[in-house]
Design a protein around this ligand. Structure first.
Ligand code: MG
Length: 213
């Protein structure tokens, strides 16, 4: 057994909750580029009900989102937080749905277009790096290997596989364009779902055969 670099107290049973990690744009809310006005954030049809179904099964619902707008000087981090407040409000109002935690990466490296000196940096948190999933797992006792990631980009699936969790590509947002090779790069998701409701349905079926904590 190699303990090199492994924190004291960590073992394979350290995380035991199953999570559904959710990308934001194109999954929970309609893809609309950089959203400069909070009122322009609108839910994908059925997304709120899908999250509520996951909530009801005791799954930890966790937003993980690249948000490079602040690094590009499009708007401050407080604007991203305001968008997330609206997202949570809409989820609750429509279906009583809840996100248990929200993680986002506001940084972007200089070569990729980051110009805000405070945020123009490479980060382990930026997808397809796994930092957001690792942080969430540590802070909320999650078992990444039994968890799911739902996204609309190849980089969402890459992050899922980099972290060892199941990657589901939805066909909303950029998903359809990814599948036909018109956006980003080829990817091999573990499942392709029409949208978040279909992804939630598949997740619940997978979990029907294993106990939840
Ligand atoms: Mg997206």
């Amino acid at each position: 057994m190699y303990a090199f670099g492994v924190p004291v107290g960590w073992d394979e049973g350290a995380g035991d909750r199953v999570a559904v990690f959710l990308d934001r744009d194109g999954v929970l809310n309609v893809e609309a580029g950089y959203i400069h006005n909070v009122e322009d954030l609108h839910l994908v049809p059925g997304a709120a009900e899908a999250v509520r179904r996951l909530n009801n099964q005791g799954l930890f619902c966790c937003l993980v989102s690249n948000q490079s707008g602040p690094a590009r000087n499009y708007y401050p981090i407080s604007h991203v937080e305001a968008l997330h407040q609206r997202l949570c409000t809409l989820l609750h109002q429509e279906s009583g749905a809840r996100l248990d935690a929200l993680y986002f990466c506001p940084t972007l490296s200089l070569p990729e277009g980051g110009i805000n000196p405070d945020l123009a940096s490479w980060s382990t948190w930026r997808k397809p790096n796994t930092g957001m999933l690792i942080a969430a797992a540590w802070e909320h006792n999650l078992d990444i290997s039994r968890s799911f990631m739902v996204g609309d980009k190849a980089t969402d699936i890459d992050m899922a596989h980099n972290a060892g969790c199941t990657g589901i590509l939805v066909q909303t947002g950029f998903g359809d364009r990814v599948l036909v090779g018109e956006y980003q790069h080829h990817t091999r998701p573990d499942y392709i779902a029409a949208d978040l409701p279909a992804a939630a349905e598949w997740i619940l079926k997978q979990l029907a055969t294993q106990p939840l904590n």
